[in-house]
Structures are given as structure tokens and as C-alpha cells.
Design a protein around this ligand. Structure first.
Ligand code: NAD
Ligand code: UGA
Length: 465
């Protein structure tokens, strides 16, 4: 089965970069990326490539090479569905905020809306691909919704989860560790799997393309994120013990990671993991386990999130304790807002939680991030405070104590102490030694990323040391 046109519903952090790379690697394929958010689509179509809605190293080059050649961004969802033989769904699947499973289960409203739209407008057979991260057995629900189409059109549903990490998305897409395609073992299911595999085969070696049943594919995505996050919580739990015992977390990480059975990746202690996915996907896994009565399994994975919350709270409390003990009133320069370097994404960033805790304790903050905009920073905090049921007046009062700067030196100019929350290269390159020599004795840099060499000054607190 030859596929000539594909479309992707959802032009976000996954849909945009993934489709751009497919378009570049498959010049004969027409790729339509659609979204219900016209601002986002306008930004993808902006002539000025520095204004793309997503910052990812290498992305603008891929967009420049493909846009309006075989990659098109538009809000015309129905037309794209009708043109495409294969439809990817890369819409957001956040944690539910109301109803059954509130605070735990994945909210599948956007996925269901996409499936409903496809059912309503499809006039020919389609392969529908789950690109979003979904609970196991979502394909069943999607098939139910698609069956609302009464025109005799047939649908195959595949699972093809995305494993890219933000900040390295383009590199990850070019050289994926693996591509996973889950499909039914019927003849039409196998043909659909083969059609998707043949797209990836344009640049991914065949042995790295795994084909499985749909449920294994859906679950493998949740399992991968849970196991990655588990490593961070494991090392972060040990960072607290290092601080009590005089061990150094970097030395422990290195010693542990040299065992090839364990490996050295994802063992950097930090202020806590962030990002739109780890927490929501683990909560989703916990909820699934509970639903199947696997309470011990649910509790095991829930602990990964609890440890992450503990680490964010522990870091903010260390800052508070220092300010209390040194009798300082305290303006704190928070360096970094993105959940990791090389992205403008701040969803679930540890910075939000550390900032909120410090603002609530009455401290004032000077924030600087090279990529996250001031409106986003204020919005992140407002959303958190509102979720904590604070009144508008309380939120405004808290936000009045935060000043957002557009460069590092300006943020430092008011600071009594500093907290590094994102590992941006700019923070590492700063002349800390000089700066700290001239700072008062009570000055501290709370390095939540172990970015600085602690040996250069006794004024550096580095996590897990
Ligand atoms: P995102 O919020 O950046 O983008 C989702 C887009 O979908 C939004 O632009 C939204 O307007 C659009 N949308 C929602 N419903 C729609 C509808 N009915 N019709 C048209 N457009 C609609 O989300 P994201 O970060 O790209 O994540 C998407 C999915 O991919 C999630 O399930 C996530 O867990 C998964 N994932 C994300 C990453 C990542 O790095 N962000 C990596 C792997 C997997
Ligand atoms: C993660 C996974 O790595 C991707 O494979 C997956 O596709 C994606 O989630 C998703 O499903 O959304 P991402 O969240 O973009 O990718 O970034 P990571 O590099 O995994 O970092 C997540 C968080 O963990 C960041 O806050 C990072 O700073 C933190 N981290 C990472 C640590 O604290 N220590 C580490 O050793 C590694």
C-alpha cells in the first residue's frame, strides 16, 4: 500500500518536529500538519524562523528545507483528513482535572475529538496512528468512536508512540534508538503496519523498527517514561543521603553508572524532573494499575512522583533555611525557568514549584531564563496558585514579588542569593569565581543542577554534596 499524503492533527512539540523530519526524509510524501489553534499555525508559517512556536536546536533548518514544499501547516483539519491516507494524532493528553480519575488518569478528550472528526469527515479508508502518549487499550476506544462513521469507510488503528526528548528532538528523530509500531495481526492490520514502517525505513535502519501488538506499544511508552523518571528519583533520593553522610552524588553516580548493567545515563541529581510528560504519564500508569486492582504496583510507581515532589520541596526549604539562619530578608535570583536546557518549554518545570514555595514564604524573586517569556512565567505561577484555590487578589499579591529580567547580570544585580534551576550553558559559562569572591559571606549559589564546580567557592551549595 503506497501512502502519498499524510496528515498530523496537533502542531505541538511532537507534531511539528516529527512531521518536519518525516517531510525532510521522505521528499515524495506530502505532509499536512493541522491544529485548531490558529496562532500556533501562524507561528509555524512565520517567515521569520526565529518566531516558530517551539525552540529546538536544528528545527528551523528542517522547516526551511521543507515548508511549503512537502510540509504544510494549516487550520483546515477536515481537508487534511480527507486528503491523507494516514492520519497521525499528536494532540495533548494532560492529566484529568475533573471527573473520574481526576488528578491521575489521562484526559482523552482531545484524542476522542480527533477520532470523532475523522469519523465525520473521512470519505475513504484511513490508517489512524496514535502518536500521543495514551493509556493501554485506548485504541479500542478510538475504534469505537471511528465506528460512528456510517459511510462504509474502514479504519486501521496503529500505535506509534514518540520517544523524542525536548532540546534534542531533531537529533533524536534523525537517529532514533528505536521506532515502535503496534498494530493488529489481521491482514489489514499487517498492511497498515507495513505502510508506516515503509515511511520510517527511509532513514531508520530496519532492525531499529520494532513491530508489536497495539497494547504492548501503548504500554511500552508509559513504561519507558516511568523507568527514565524512576532513575532520576532514585538518584535524587540518594542525593539527600549524600548530604547527610559526606558522600558526593556525582561520585556515587559515576561509580554506579560504570556498571554496564546499570549504565551512566539519566543519573544526574537535580532539583527534580519537570516536563509535560514524566509526571502525567506516571500518574496515568498508577491509575491504570489501580484500575486493574494492582495496588502494590501502583504504589511502587507513585513513589517516583512523591520523591520528585520531595526533592523540589527540599531544595526550596534549604534556601529558606539559609536565609532564615543568616537573617537575610532575601531577594533570590532564580536562574532558569525551562524544565531543561535548549527548550522554551516550562511545563511542570521544577522552577515553578520552587518559586511558588519561596513566594509564599514572602521572599522576592528575580527570574531570568534565556528562552521562556515573561508572560509564560507569570502564567505558570498563576495556574499553580489557582489550582491551590487562591483568590485572584492573593495571586496578584504573590506575583507582585516577582521581577522577570531579560539578562543574567540584571537578574543578579538585586540578588542576596542565587538558585540555578535549569542547566543552561550560559549559567555554566558565567564567571562565578570572580563574582563570588566579591560577594558577602552570607551569599550562596544554590546549584540545583550541579552545574558549577563546587571547589571554586565555599559559597556554592551543590545538590547531593
Ligand atoms: P502540545 O500541547 O505541544 O501540542 C498539542 C497540540 O494539539 C496543540 O497545539 C493543540 O492545539 C492541538 N489540539 C488539541 N486538540 C486538537 C483537536 N481536536 N484538533 C486539532 N488540534 C488539536 O503537546 P505535545 O507536547 O506535542 O504532546 C502531544 C502528545 O505527545 C502528548 O500525548 C504527549 O504526552 C506526547 N509526547 C510529548 C513529548 C514532548 O516532548 N513534548 C514527547 C513524546 C510524547
Ligand atoms: C522525556 C523522555 O526522555 C523522552 O524519551 C519522552 O519522549 C518524553 O519525556 C515525553 O514522553 O514527553 P523530556 O521530558 O523532553 O523527555 O526530557 P528529558 O531529557 O527526559 O528530561 C526530563 C526531566 O528530567 C528534565 O527536567 C531534566 O532536567 C530531568 N533530568 C533528566 C534530571 O533531573 N536528571 C537526569 O539525569 C536526566
Amino acid at each position: 500500500m503506497k501512502v502519498e499524503n499524510i496528515c498530523c492533527i496537533g502542531a505541538g512539540y511532537v507534531g511539528g518536529p516529527t512531521m518536519a523530519v518525516i517531510a525532510q526524509q521522505c521528499p515524495d510524501l506530502m505532509v499536512y500538519v493541522v491544529d485548531q489553534n490558529p496562532e500556533r499555525i501562524n507561528a509555524w508559517n512565520n517567515d521569520d524562523l526565529s518566531q516558530l512556536p517551539i525552540y529546538e536546536p536544528g528545527l528551523s533548518d528542517v522547516i526551511a528545507a521543507t515548508r511549503n514544499k512537502n510540509l504544510f501547516f494549516s487550520t483546515n483539519i477536515d481537508q487534511a483528513i480527507q486528503k491523507a491516507k494516514m492520519i497521525f494524532m499528536a494532540v495533548n493528553t494532560p492529566t484529568k482535572t475533573e471527573g473520574e480519575g481526576k488528578g491521575m488518569a489521562a484526559d482523552l478528550t482531545h484524542i476522542e475529538n480527533c477520532a470523532r472528526r475523522i469519523a465525520q469527515v473521512a470519505k475513504s479508508n484511513k490508517i489512524v496512528v496514535e502518536k500521543s502518549t495514551l493509556p493501554v487499550r485506548t485504541a479500542e476506544k478510538i475504534k469505537d468512536v471511528l465506528s460512528e462513521n456510517k459511510t462504509g469507510v474502514s479504519f486501521e488503528v496503529l500505535s506509534n508512540p514518540e520517544f523524542l526528548a525536548e532540546g534534542t528532538a531533531i537529533q533524536d528523530l534523525f537517529k532514533s534508538d528505536r521506532v515502535l509500531v503496534g498494530g493488529d495481526s489481521t491482514e489489514s492490520g499487517k498492511a497498515a503496519v507495513a505502510a508506516l514502517v515503509s515511511i520510517y525505513e527511509n532513514w531508520i535502519p530496519r532492525e531499529k523498527i520494532l513491530t508489536t501488538n497495539v497494547w504492548s506499544s501503548e504500554l511500552s511508552k508509559l513504561a519507558s517514561n516511568a523507568m527514565l523518571a524512576q532513575r532520576i528519583s532514585s538518584i535524587n533520593s540518594l542525593s539527600a543521603l549524600c548530604e547527610k553522610t559526606g558522600a558526593s552524588i556525582q561520585e556515587v553516580s559515576r561509580a554506579v553508572g560504570l556498571d554496564h548493567r546499570i549504565g551512566d545515563k539519566f543519573l544526574n541529581a537535580s532539583v527534580g524532573f519537570g516536563g509535560s510528560c514524566f509526571q502525567k504519564d506516571i500518574l496515568n500508569l498508577v491509575y491504570l494499575c489501580q484500575t486493574y486492582g494492582l495496588n502494590e504496583v501502583a504504589e511502587f510507581w507513585h513513589q517516583v512522583i512523591k520523591m520528585n515532589d520531595y526533592q523540589k520541596n527540599r531544595f526550596a526549604t534549604l534556601i529558606e533555611d539559609h536565609l532564615k539562619n543568616s537573617g537575610q530578608k532575601g531577594n533570590i535570583a532564580l536562574l532558569g525557568w525551562a524544565f531543561k536546557k535548549n527548550t522554551n518549554d516550562s511545563r511542570e518545570s521544577a522552577a515553578i514549584y520552587v518559586a511558588a514555595q519561596l513566594l509564599e514564604k514572602g521572599y522576592s524573586l528575580s527570574v531570568y531564563d534565556p528562552m521562556v517569556k515573561a508572560e509564560r512565567i507569570n502564567l505558570d505561577l498563576s495556574i499553580l496558585f489557582e489550582a491551590q484555590n487562591k483568590s485572584e487578589e492573593q495571586v496578584n499579591k504573590l506575583l507582585a514579588n516577582i521581577t522577570i529580567y531579560s539578562n543574567l547580570n540584571a537578574a543578579l544585580s538585586q540578588a542576596d542569593i542565587v538558585a540555578i534551576l535549569t542547566e543552561w550553558d550560559e549559567f555554566k559559562a558565567f564567571e562565578w569565581q570572580n563574582y563570588l569572591e566579591n560577594a558577602p559571606n552570607s551569599f550562596r549559589v544554590f546549584d540545583g543542577r550541579n552545574l558549577l564546580n563546587k571547589a571554586i567557592s565555599p559559597k556554592i551549595y551543590s545538590i547531593g554534596n
